[in-house]
Design a protein around this ligand. Structure first.
Ligand code: FEO
Length: 392
């Protein structure tokens, strides 16, 4: 990616990571970008850095515009290393820069990662910094998704540097939302929200209120493309995702040893079909948990099945439930199911985890011994359809 001017005197200097496929437990099939921006004014500010291995790329782009020694401020919107990892490399050359971070949590986080040898400026919510013709206003967004998160607003340019918020893990050689495939971009924005921001819906709603009160014509996140044409669309989507606006739809997730639990899963999907409720079926052997959670974000029903292996649910199912528990969805409904040979403890364990997550139990766990008969499967379809009718 070459450096690009996104507004007069403001440049994209970040990096594209075409090949990354795993991002702390999240599958990034479309790669990622680590966006950084350089504002050239009377003072020069670099907004965020990149993941450490991309810092030299960032510096090369900066050097096409200015000598890094001329950078006055490195604004660190977020301590997580996909944005701050380049700080040591950048600071070797940006020897006159001060690092701007949010409050005590940003300061503590950066010092813990990179030491105290740099000059830090710790800013409070609403504080501003003059660059000359432009200013930067810092809006703290704590727990969206780390304690230190903030976004940086440039009122003179109607430009918001939103860091993780409104981001997408989406590698592209284009930098604006109207230059890429709309459906792909929105799908990645949804996946990002589901897997990074879902536990923080309350904070996201609050932050959205603040951001919507700003005069904005461009949102430059730290991942993916820059929003300039579809700002209303992403605001609307964030409102729905943050408040967990749910479709009358189901996600049926399972793993199976010898296809019996799989047969049950398929019967459950049929039951949803009889009741007119769209359901998607996910075999954990074939689907990544982060893609499943993207569907869970907007689905009312979550039904999970496992056979029993050595007195436990299958490890794949346990991993999915652990991941879902961390992402803490609210107001979901569902139940556990599975086939078993003798003990069948795995099914109770799935139900126990669904209870802990707060998934309202709408059917007793369904257990079938060894191989379900056709009759049992038809009964299961009808039982699911009947249950759904009672919930209309
Ligand atoms: Fe993109 Fe929370 O880091």
């Amino acid at each position: 990616m070459r450096k690009q001017e996104i507004k007069k005197g403001i440049y994209y200097v970040g990096a594209v990571d075409w090949d990354v496929r795993a991002f702390h437990g999240y599958s990034t099939e479309r790669g990622a970008t680590y966006n950084a921006y350089l504002i050239v004014d009377e003072k020069i500010a670099l907004i965020d850095t990149t993941k450490a291995p991309f810092a030299k790329e960032l510096l090369a782009r900066v050097k096409e515009i200015v000598d890094p020694k001329e950078i006055d401020y490195v604004i660190s919107n977020h301590v997580e290393m996909d944005h701050s990892g380049g700080i040591p490399e950048v600071m070797k050359e940006a020897v006159n820069a001060k690092i701007v971070t949010s409050g005590p949590s940003g300061l503590k986080g950066l010092q813990a990662h990179y030491g105290s040898q740099y000059e830090y400026i710790s800013v409070k919510a609403g504080e501003s910094l003059s660059l000359g013709k432009r200013s930067l206003v810092f809006v703290t967004t704590p727990m969206l998704h780390w304690p230190d998160n903030m976004v940086t607003y440039c009122p003179e340019e109607k430009l918001l540097f939103s860091n993780d918020a409104f981001g997408q893990h989406y590698a592209s050689n284009m930098i604006f939302d109207d230059q890429v495939n709309y459906e792909e971009m929105m799908a990645e924005a949804k996946k990002y929200f589901a897997n990074i921001l879902m536990p923080y819906g309350v904070q996201a709603t609050k932050a959205l209120e603040i951001v919507k009160g700003l005069d904005i014509d461009m949102i430059a996140p730290s991942h993916g493309v820059i929003w300039r044409t579809h700002i209303k669309d992403i605001f609307k989507a964030y409102e729905e995702w943050a408040t967990e606006t749910l479709a009358d739809a189901a996600v049926v997730v399972y793993d199976s040893m010898w296809h019996s639990t799989e047969k049950m899963a398929r019967a459950i999907v049929e039951g949803f079909a009889i009741a007119g409720v769209p359901a998607k079926l996910f075999d954990l052997k074939a689907n990544h948990i982060s893609n499943i959670m993207t569907e869970v974000l907007t689905s009312k029903y979550v039904v999970v099945g496992s056979p029993t292996l050595n007195n436990c649910m299958l490890p794949t199912v346990a991993a999915f439930l652990c991941y879902m528990r961390g992402l803490a969805p609210h107001n979901r409904e569902g139940f556990a199911f599975g086939s078993y040979g003798w003990g069948g403890q795995g099914i109770a364990q799935v139900q126990e985890q669904l209870d802990l997550i707060g998934v309202k139990k709408v059917m007793e766990p369904v257990r079938m011994n060894y191989i379900p008969s056709e009759e049992q499967l038809r009964e299961l379809e009808q039982a699911v359809a009947e249950m759904l009718k009672t919930r209309e």
